[in-house]
Design a protein. Structure first.
Length: 111
């Protein structure tokens, strides 16, 4: 059995908790909901760049993220001119910021 999250597995888990009829079922389901949110965030990558990425660069970045995080990672692209240049990538709580803006902020803090 794989470790990927899918709608059927979620449905079966919720049905199991409800069918068990435990008095702490709502608390269990609330905790399960939080775990689902964290898992979905871990499986979603946001790639930000100052300008639209060329297709070959986008494919290379997505391939690198798949190597790091495994298959099934969904990606969203966003243009953020405030970055000035470079990329900022967020996958769940992991942030990779190699933008010019981040470098300037780091330089400013060092003074």
């Amino acid at each position: 059995m794989n470790n990927l999250l899918d709608e059927d597995r979620v449905r079966r888990t919720v049905q199991y908790v409800v069918a068990a009829g435990r008095h702490d079922g709502p608390a269990i389901l609330a905790h399960f909901r939080q775990l689902l949110k964290l898992e979905l965030a871990r499986r979603t990558a946001t790639i930000e760049s100052a300008t639209p990425l060329p297709a070959d660069v986008r494919v290379a970045v997505e391939a690198g993220l798949t190597r790091l995080y495994g298959p099934g990672l969904s990606t969203a692209l966003a243009d953020r001119p405030a970055l000035i240049g470079g990329l900022r990538i967020q996958v769940g709580w992991d942030v990779y910021d190699d933008s010019v803006r981040a470098r300037l902020d780091t330089l400013q803090k060092s003074f």
